[in-house]
Design a protein around this ligand. Structure first.
Ligand SMILES: Cc1ncc(COP(=O)(O)O)c(C=O)c1O
Length: 407
């Protein structure tokens, strides 16, 4: 049952501040009115500030996945080659989606826990001269890894100045720097339930001038996701279809709070609370799963120690302390615990969550004092060097298996 005292430590949806909850509960209004137009204008101005772009940021009533699909259908044509850089479940999903729409997808995949390297991206683009789009995840929520989008963007521009760089910023944007225009990123996608302190259901998508140009020639069928219609909505304050009115109210309230805090301060808060989570996990003697050079600002993955039942830890934290962590996904289920810390979060919530985790560990006989003598070591998957794979075979659906064997 939903309750007010929940310590919701999944990496989205996040807890909501009172202002956002009150806004979401407001009475409906005519969505074709000056009042709604004013809300749209404010929200879209604030979104451009957080995306660090002068270009349009479009919205669709959908979770983040809808925004990724919108990017694909507006920018690609059947048979287009794309390079999909994947460091986990969500990178795989972006690749799968492009395959599902008929793109020829070349994969650059990494062992779980690792981040992508800009040099590998440059090399992959050399090996695939036909690739006209690059798909990258900013923050891989399944492992707690933050990719170096700035470095990757630089590598892409150096290797292929006209390539389209599509970034899944769903759980990363707003928690860590992503300077869309300055880094020359073509599309960034996020979702309302992540850094934005709003409920799920709205996706936000920035579109560069290069990407607009691409929409003119892209031949995948599109209707509801059509960027041109969505842009007209932003320009004229008049959405093509019934908008998610309550989500606009809530997002407006969330963005007001974040704007008052300031973009850089919000990034710094996430960075600090993430460091606090890692330190706390270290004090419990827990190893961290992600590459230490690329820790996520949104989610910290701790390794379930040998002899401890990860599922029971999750259950005990939930049932006895009302702390809800994220389980590992796919091959990492039961093997890592993901501590979400994005959106409306501070150190106190992390401390309470870690106390619950500590109690669960003690209940399973975990000897924290022994662990404390062996300093927490990051545990990165030992699989050597990243590998390149050829075009994915759509009949296989995806090469998620490549990851599951390495997780
Ligand atoms: C990096 C990333 N990509 C994609 C998604 C899918 O987003 P949604 O569940 O909002 O469709 C998520 C959700 O957690 C995510 O973290």
């Amino acid at each position: 049952m939903a309750d007010d005292n929940i310590n919701l430590r999944v990496p989205g949806p996040t807890p909501l501040p009172d202002e956002v909850r009150a806004a979401g509960a407001r009475q409906m209004m005519n969505h074709r009115s000056a009042d709604f137009e004013a809300i749209m204008r404010e929200v879209h101005t604030d979104l451009r500030y957080f995306f660090a772009t002068e270009g349009p940021v479009l919205t669709f009533p959908a979770s983040g996945t809808g925004g990724l699909e919108a990017a694909i259908v507006n920018l690609l044509s059947p048979g287009d080659e794309a390079l999909a850089v994947s460091v986990g479940v969500f990178g795989d999903r972006f690749a799968e989606m492009a395959s599902a729409f008929g793109a020829t997808v070349h994969r650059l995949s990494y062992p779980l826990g690792r981040a992508a390297e800009a040099d590998d991206v440059a090399r992959s683009l050399e090996e695939h001269p036909g690739a006209r789009a690059v798909l990258v995840t900013q923050n891989e929520t399944s492992t707690g890894v933050l990719n170096d989008v700035e470095g990757i963007a630089r590598a892409v521009r150096a290797a292929r100045p006209d390539a389209l760089l599509l970034v899944d910023g769903i759980s990363g944007l707003g928690t860590a720097p992503l300077l869309t225009d300055a880094w020359d990123v073509d599309v960034v996608v996020t979702g309302s339930q992540k850094a934005w302190m709003a409920p799920p259901g709205m996706t936000m998508v920035s579109v560069s001038a290069r990407a607009w140009e691409a929409t003119r020639t892209a031949r995948l069928p599109r209707y509801y996701w059509d960027f041109a219609k969505a842009r007209k909505a932003v320009d004229e304050g008049n959405p093509p279809y019934t908008p998610a009115v309550s989500l606009y109210y809530a997002l407006q309230a969330g963005l007001r709070l974040l704007r008052a805090e300031g973009r850089e301060a919000v990034w710094a808060r996430h960075d600090a609370v993430a460091a606090h989570a890692r330190e706390g996990a270290g004090r419990l003697g827990l190893g961290l799963f992600a590459d230490p050079a690329h820790y996520s600002h949104s989610v910290t993955s701790v390794v379930v120690p040998d002899g401890v039942d990860g599922k029971r830890l999750l259950r005990d934290a939930r049932d006895q302390h009302n702390v809800h962590f994220g389980d590992g996904q796919k091959s990492l289920s039961g093997r890592i615990i993901r501590i979400g810390h994005l959106g409306w979060v501070d150190d106190a919530q992390i401390d309470a969550a870690l106390e619950a985790l500590a109690a669960g560990l003690v209940a399973q006989g975990w000897d924290a004092s022994r662990a404390a003598q062996e300093p927490s070591r990051p545990r990165v998957d030992p699989t050597p060097t990243p590998w390149l794979t050829g075009p994915s075979d759509p009949s296989r659906g995806s090469d998620v298996g490549a990851h599951s064997t390495h997780g």
